[in-house]
Ligand binder design. Structure first.
Ligand code: ADP
Ligand code: ZN
Length: 736
């Protein structure tokens, strides 16, 4: 037996050679296959299974069902040289499938999403010093041999570069036998992060939280913690201490970040603390990098993985800690394909792996807040910013009262312009925040009232003036900005309504002609590179003002930033959706938190028409917990999550009549049940999206009701035609 293996062998499922094999496809469950005699058919064994006229990757999932005759079974071959999928991952896949009402194969597909990872490892040829000594030794050849003296294996270009010669010189030496080939593994190994590399001195609050987390890691059992601290309080430093503890115990760590926060800055910060970058897992990796990361996770070589939500399904062999940073972020909710919430599933994975999970945020989700205040999670609080930085002063600008003498001022009120003047005069920096991309969210004909909308979506076309185009932010459809109204054909009557960041920038440039500014917007029009460049320029103080959408609200640390102007604080609050207030609060709190992070105090101005609104008041009074308490009471009263359960079914398809008909039938087929109410169908918020008509049904249930069982029984009552899709969203977070 392999001495390096720490776990006992999983039990052999069957002495005979049949097994249930799960394929990474949306089939109802595992299929029966035969395995070659003598194969250990333990759960998680990777196989190559014939399917139709091709071979599919598959995983031994459990005993065969035994309904198919032996002679009709095909043979699946185990893949050589690969570890099994860990049993805990298999259990996790089953759990997620059952919870989200997806076939387990569809979830398995997410766990196997690295094609090359299961192919035999390619070897690289490299060269070391050989035994022969060439007769003729030019200066160039001498240099190469001198480089090779250290015994390290190098590629031909590597040797050529290190010796500063052409590769022909190196090849000549190979031919002469003075260099000889050797095989290297396909990938250079990941360096292990060093827990001792640069540990900071914790302040007392931090030390206490870090101590709790270290103990939780040491206990090697499930526990959940809400790391709740204002921006800049050192949450990252604290969970780094927990990571250090896991590393000392030779455990693996998963850090989940919302995609948008997965930046080079985070990787560098990690490297500054642990001496090397973590292993990455997200959609920007090349196929080869994914293959490398995946294999390193599977062999246990990758100790710390930082990734977006899909990294939840990686085959960790010794997971000892899971961290979800910015746990309140909506981006953790996967909305296409299998619909799941990565934060919630991270807690489940930790439970199955028997390790702690840490949820970190300055503005937790109400769910996590309730879990922490009720004692289900430990509540680790960091009350103040690290060092001398104070929280910013938040003030309201009541737009109903501002009578501006300057008719050019449409979006920047006088108090905001005055504050801006002072900030710039003092040589400090400012942010103008508006969570709307483009120039204007709506273009309207003044003659006939026609609104320019997307032909494929129930959405307005957003003007992007720099590019002279109108675009749909849902599907990407775009047209050149027309000069006449498409409906009444009048010329010059199309008017931009409302502001986007470009329009705010235009007005800013009018009032502050000398100031250096840039727009940062999470935009296909501007692109991530341009956005990052703007943020970098701001950090380096090459510009004074950053005008942007929520992309600038996150994580960045700008010591000279002392003024944040929120152009429209009311945006988002009117969505009418259960979480609209919570989201508005979180976003505005995050943006406000950018101001005054170093010695200089910060000022935040909220432009609003609802100064009495609970969100505005909580921000002004810096009373986060008061706001959460109000939200909690409200949700408890209406039995909304987390005090009751919700699930949505979105029926969609290209034939609108058919979609509405199926949704109606589905509504009628809802089984009556105590403690469960079914609402709808009604048109979804985007009743048309990418050409598909969408209808929604909503299930509201008391806490503790088996919603999944109910949904399964319900959906089994109706045959849904192939042209229509009924997507189940358990615990929906928005009603789009
Ligand atoms: P948060 O994650 O809560 O926003 P960070 O961990 O990013 O806070 O900390 C904010 C800033 O303060 C960072 O620059 C961080 O390096 C610094 N900092 C926090 N705690 C300490 C500490 N104990 N010693 C030194 N610097 C710290
Ligand atoms: Zn569209």
């Amino acid at each position: 037996m392999n001495r390096a293996r720490l776990r006992p062998e999983p039990p052999v499922l069957e002495a005979v050679e049949r097994a249930g094999i799960l394929l990474p496809l949306p089939l109802t469950g595992p299929y029966d296959y035969k395995l070659p005699r003598g194969v250990n058919a333990a759960r998680g064994t990777l196989v190559s299974a014939p399917l139709g006229n091709r071979e599919s990757l598959g995983v031994v999932w459990g005993p065969a069902e035994g309904t198919v005759g032996d002679n009709r079974l095909k043979i699946a071959e185990p893949l050589e040289g690969l570890p099994r999928l860990p049993a805990a991952l298999c259990d996790f896949i089953d759990w997620v499938a059952a919870y989200t009402l997806n076939p387990p194969g569809a979830i398995l597909a997410m766990a196997l999403r690295s094609r090359g990872a299961f192919e035999p490892e390619a070897r690289r040829i490299a060269y070391i010093k050989g035994d022969a000594v060439p007769a003729r030794l030019s200066e160039a050849r001498k240099r190469v041999l001198a480089v090779a003296e250290d015994g390290l294996a190098r590629s031909v270009p590597g040797l050529a570069e290190d010796a500063n010669v052409s590769s022909a010189v190196v090849r000549g030496l190979i031919q002469a036998g003075a260099l000889k080939p050797t095989e290297l593994p396909e990938f250079a190994p990941f360096r292990a992060p060093d827990p001792q590399f640069a540990a900071p001195q914790m302040n007392p609050d931090q030390a206490e939280a870090a101590q709790t987390l270290r103990q939780a890691v040491a206990a090697q059992t499930f526990s959940a913690h809400l790391l709740d601290g204002v921006t800049g309080s050192g949450k990252t430093e604290v969970y780094f201490e927990a990571i250090a503890e896991a590393l000392r115990r030779d455990k693996q760590v998963l850090i989940l970040l919302p995609e948008i926060a997965l930046t080079v800055q985070f990787l560098e910060r990690f490297a500054a603390r642990f001496g090397t970058r973590p292993t990455e897992w997200h959609s920007d990796l090349s196929q080869k990098e994914r293959r490398r990361s995946y294999r390193a996770v599977m062999t246990g070589e990758a100790k710390v993985v930082v990734g977006a939500r899909s990294s939840l399904f990686l085959p960790f062999t010794a997971l000892g800690l899971v961290i979800v940073d910015e746990e309140h972020e909506q981006a953790f909710k996967q909305q296409d394909g299998a619909i799941y919430h990565a934060r919630d599933m991270a807690v489940v994975r930790a439970r199955i792996e028997n390790c702690p999970v840490v949820l970190a945020s300055a503005t937790p989700s109400l769910e996590s807040f309730v879990n922490a205040t009720s004692g289900r999670y430990s509540h680790l609080k960091l009350a103040s910013r690290h060092g001398d930085a104070a929280m910013p002063d938040v003030r309201i600008v009541d737009l109903r009262r501002e009578k501006d003498a300057d008719e050019n001022a449409k979006w920047l009120s006088l108090p905001l312009r005055q504050a801006m003047e002072q900030t710039l005069a003092a040589g400090e920096q400012a942010i103008l925040f508006l969570n709307r991309r483009g120039y204007a969210p709506l273009t309207l004909c003044e003659a006939c009232g026609h609104k320019l909308t997307c032909p494929h979506c129930s959405a307005w076309l957003v003007e992007h003036r720099y590019r002279k185009r109108l675009a749909c932010h849902q599907c990407g459809y775009e047209i050149a900005t027309p000069t006449e109204c498409p409906a009444c054909k009048a010329e010059g009557t199309l008017t931009a309504c409302g502001p986007g960041v470009e329009r705010v920038a235009e007005e800013f440039a009018h009032f502050f002609s000398g100031a250096r500014y840039a727009i940062a917007s999470s935009d296909t029009m501007h692109g991530p590179a341009e956005t990052q460049a703007a943020i970098r320029a701001f950090a380096k103080r090459e510009i004074d003002v950053l005008i942007g959408t929520q992309i600038i609200a996150k994580g960045h640390h700008f010591p000279q930033l002392t003024l944040v102007g929120v152009i429209d604080a009311d945006l988002g609050g009117a969505d009418g959706d259960l979480r609209a207030r919570e989201r508005t609060f979180q976003l505005l709190h995050q943006v406000s938190g950018r101001a005054g992070r170093a010695e200089k105090p910060g000022l935040v101005l909220l432009q609003t028409r609802n100064p009495a609104d609970a969100v505005m008041q909580a921000l002004v009074k810096s009373d986060r917990d008061g706001f959460y308490e109000q939200e909690r009471i409200y949700r408890e009263r209406v039995a909304a999550p987390p005090f009751g359960r919700l699930a949505a079914i979105v029926v969609s398809g290209y034939d609108g009549e058919q979609v509405r008909e199926i949704a109606r039938q589905l509504g009628k087929a809802a089984p009556p049940a105590r403690d469960i109410k079914v609402w709808g169908p009604t048109p979804a918020f985007y009743s048309l999206l990418r050409g598909q008509t969408r209808e929604r049904l909503l299930v509201q249930a008391a806490k503790g009701v088996d919603v999944q069982g109910y949904l399964r029984a319900w959906l089994a009552r109706l045959k849904i035609p192939n042209a229509v899709r009924a997507a189940v969203d358990v615990d929906p977070i928005s009603f789009f």
